[in-house]
Design a protein around this ligand. Structure first.
Ligand code: FO1
Length: 301
């Protein structure tokens, strides 16, 4: 069965890597959120796309989940010494990615063309697509006013209280070349355990129409997120964070929903078919194990 996975950053990249361990390259397309992209220090930075690519290539930093393994930090240390911005931690190897991407995009390549070339250079055989080649920017409405995503997430460490989200440019953004075809020919769409508000919603808004079975994996386990601010966002938006809240967020879109064993008691209250399993991914074999469970579940729907 052909699969399309929708992924944001670190959690999404882990399940995408699990799926890539099981599926042939022609059977898996990963569509990645680009709402977090921004320009910084003159470079075009695409954090979620890089996180997914580095993870599939075995190049990701295992401690943070983002950035590169065995990284050095000379450039950012010297920028800091000169009084430049140091709040967004860019490693030396990672900077090479952003510099070369920026050079190519200034020369006229699209984000998806650059991503294809980079994937081939990094030995990635599965297809990784940005959700769109047009800019879509996630804006976070907070009690301190509207903030660009990385300003909220990294610079302000998610401290301002969230009131809502806006995806600047989403109405005119077309899916990246190949994304629509991949979706239309997929046996199932898997929504990876990424933040529903800021990682998955932008992709869904760009894609718009999905007629195939959709299965989401909850990023919330026991009311908490493994990583990132999704649970805090639910609370600030007046919703109790839980796997149930995630299932309700996606609503009628879902044919199936995967929740962790600690949340098994919620499954009766979820409208979609459910699979209760261990969703924690602490290592590479956990990723393959969860991917196996999700694919078997997809096959059974
Ligand atoms: N996240 C942080 O919390 N602090 C950082 O300094 C930081 C730097 C960074 C550099 C490159 C990259 O690809 C990602 C980076 N991230 C950092 C992660 C990133 O901003 C977020 O995880 C995503 O945008 C949300 O999915």
């Amino acid at each position: 069965m052909k699969i399309v996975a929708l992924a944001g950053g670190v959690g999404g990249a882990k399940l995408a890597h699990g799926l890539a361990q099981l599926l042939a390259p022609e059977d898996l397309t990963i569509i990645v959120n680009t709402g977090d992209d921004f320009e910084h220090l003159g470079m075009y930075i695409s954090p979620d796309l890089d996180t997914v690519c580095y993870t599939l290539a075995g190049l990701a930093n295992p401690e943070t989940g983002w950035g590169r393994v065995n990284e050095t930090w000379n450039t950012i240390a010297n920028i800091e010494k000169l009084g430049g911005p140091n709040w967004f931690r860019l490693g030396d190897q990672d900077i090479a990615t952003h510099l070369e991407r920026t050079r190519r995009m200034k020369a006229g390549q699209s984000l998806s063309e650059v991503t294809k070339d980079f994937c081939s250079a990094w030995g990635i055989k599965h297809t990784i697509l940005p959700m769109s080649d047009s800019p879509v920017r996630t804006m976070v409405d907070t009690d301190e006013g509207e903030l660009a995503f990385q300003e909220y997430f990294v610079y302000r460490r998610c401290e301002p209280r969230v009131k809502g989200f806006r995806f600047d440019g989403v109405n005119s953004a077309e899916p990246a070349p190949g994304a629509r075809e991949a979706i239309d020919s997929a046996g199932a769409i898997i929504i990876c355990p990424s933040n529903p508000w800021v990682s998955v919603d932008p992709i869904l808004r760009v894609i718009q129409k999905i007629n195939n079975p959709v299965i989401a994996v909850s990023p919330i386990i026991g009311g908490k997120t493994v990583k990132g601010p999704a649970a805090k966002m639910y609370t600030e938006l007046g919703i109790e964070p839980s796997a149930l809240a995630v299932a309700e967020h996606y609503g009628n879109l879902l044919s199936g929903f995967v929740l962790d064993t600690v949340d098994g008691q919620l499954s009766d209250r979820i409208a979609a078919c459910t699979l209760t399993t261990n969703t924690l991914m602490n290592n590479s074999s956990d990723r393959a194990r969860l991917a196996t469970d999700v694919l078997n579940f997809a096959g059974s729907l």
